[in-house]
Design a protein around this ligand. Structure first.
Ligand SMILES: Cc1cc2nc3c(=O)[nH]c(=O)nc-3n(C[C@H](O)[C@H](O)[C@H](O)COP(=O)(O)O)c2cc1C
Length: 399
């Protein structure tokens, strides 16, 4: 019986037929997927792509998504030039206030694909000077009932040289589809944080539209201590001197990314230092090490930074505090739990000039960008604002 099956299978005609069926099947599947991506079919993402991604290991899903973006196998959302959504922040023109937060494209592999998704800006990184593997796996966890993520990647990075090599092929600043931010980190074993960050300023200063000094990731031991006043002053002084020493034609704005878990005193000190040293902007906030009591997921006790819906109100409150403490003089990128136009609008009204998101994208998919963009436009119009800038901080000025 087995012998006659093998003879049948080895038959050339049967082999050819099987290979044709496979080719037609694979070809059909590729055409189906391509057409759906090309025609921006919402249901295709909601009902097919996102459920498949949700069943994959979270880190594998992350690398697949980066690869898809790298090969531009993701939907495109063309941003029209609009007075309502466009704004000038730290000297840069943003076509949309929505940006992709750091941590998605850590190694600058997919900037062009991601820029086509409808983001006004894309932040690459965190990038460390030397390549490093990050923490042991598993290190990313989906908290699905909470619409949240806990990650303890620990700055897995290809390092400055490899990331610079990739980004140097992009069009130069001013000629890109979206503004490019580069988020700098430090190596886990480095004893000299200042040297790591200034190395980043020198390496990426000529190609970044803006730079972020990330001292708020919870996954690198001691990193958050740099938010203390004396440490922070020393760090910012050195970093800003390095930026000012760059050739005169391009000195990118330098922003500071802070944690949402800082005390009132720390917030006051960060505000004073940011004003005194003329930091160009704040990114508020990174993930939280706190664990709100309402978390449902069995992964809620995993070590790492929590992002997504449970971070939303904490991040917005921190934005409000930093806006008030700096009297609106230091532009803020608001980030944490944004999954709709309404979420973005609340952060803008609290004091954010720009918005970033990451976890919302994991749960909603690429359609989140056009949806949130249209929703934000409508909310601004409903309240008679003629630009995002007009709405910045309106809720924080009241109290
Ligand atoms: C998986 C993952 C990796 C991240 N990696 C970084 C990083 O390397 N550097 C950084 O500054 N922030 C990193 N973040 C924090 C995000 O940039 C953002 O501040 C945070 O997730 C809150 O936004 P969200 O609720 O929209 O995700 C990471 C977040 C996630 C979920």
């Amino acid at each position: 019986m087995a012998g006659s099956f093998m003879r049948y299978f080895n038959n050339k005609i049967i082999k050819k037929k099987l290979s044709d069926i496979i080719k037609v099947g694979v070809g059909g599947a590729i055409t189906f997927v391509s057409l759906n991506i090309y025609f921006q079919n919402d249901k295709f993402y909601d009902n097919l792509v996102m459920p498949v991604f949700r069943h994959l290991d979270p880190e594998m899903a992350h690398s697949l998504a980066v690869t898809a973006a790298k090969y531009k196998l993701i939907p495109q959302f063309k941003l029209e030039e609009s007075k309502l959504l466009g704004s000038l922040v730290f000297g840069l023109h943003f076509r949309s206030p929505f940006g992709l937060a750091a941590g998605f494209d850590k190694n600058g592999e997919a900037v062009e694909g991601l820029s086509r998704m409808g983001f006004g800006f894309v932040e690459v990184g965190s990038v460390t000077p030397q390549p490093q593997p990050g923490n042991a796996k598993p290190r990313v966890f989906r908290l699905t009932p909470d619409q949240a993520i806990i990650n303890r990647y620990g700055f897995n990075s290809d390092g400055h040289d490899a990331v610079y090599e990739r980004l140097s092929h992009l069009p130069p600043p001013g000629q890109r589809q979206a503004i490019l931010g580069i988020n700098l980190g430090k190596n886990k074993t480095s004893q000299d944080a200042l040297a790591d960050y200034t190395a980043g300023v020198h390496k990426f200063g000529s190609i970044a539209d803006y730079l972020v000094i990330n001292i708020s990731s919870p996954n690198t031991p001691g990193l958050r201590d740099l938010q203390q006043r004396q440490e922070l002053e020393k760090l910012l002084k050195g970093v800003l001197e390095a930026r000012d020493s760059l050739p005169s034609q391009h000195k990118p704005p330098v922003l500071l990314k802070v944690a949402p878990d800082i005390s009132d005193t720390e917030k006051q000190q960060i505000a004073i230092v940011a004003i005194n040293y003329k930091v160009d902007g704040l990114v508020v906030s990174n993930t939280t090490i706190s664990r709100p009591a309402a978390l449902q997921s069995p992964h809620k006790e995993e070590t790492g930074g929590l992002s997504g819906a449970p971070l939303k109100s904490l991040a917005t409150a921190t934005i409000k505090d930093m806006y008030q403490l700096t009297k609106g003089s230091v532009p803020i990128i608001g980030v944490g739990g944004v999954a709709s136009g309404q979420d973005a609008y609340e952060k803008i009204r609290a004091g954010a000039s720009l918005i970033q998101l990451y976890t919302g994208l994991i749960y909603t998919g690429p359609q989140l960008i056009p949806r949130a963009t249209h929703e934000l436009e409508q909310l601004l119009r409903d309240d008679d604002f003629s630009s995002v800038a007009e709405a910045v901080g309106v809720d924080s000025k009241k109290s």
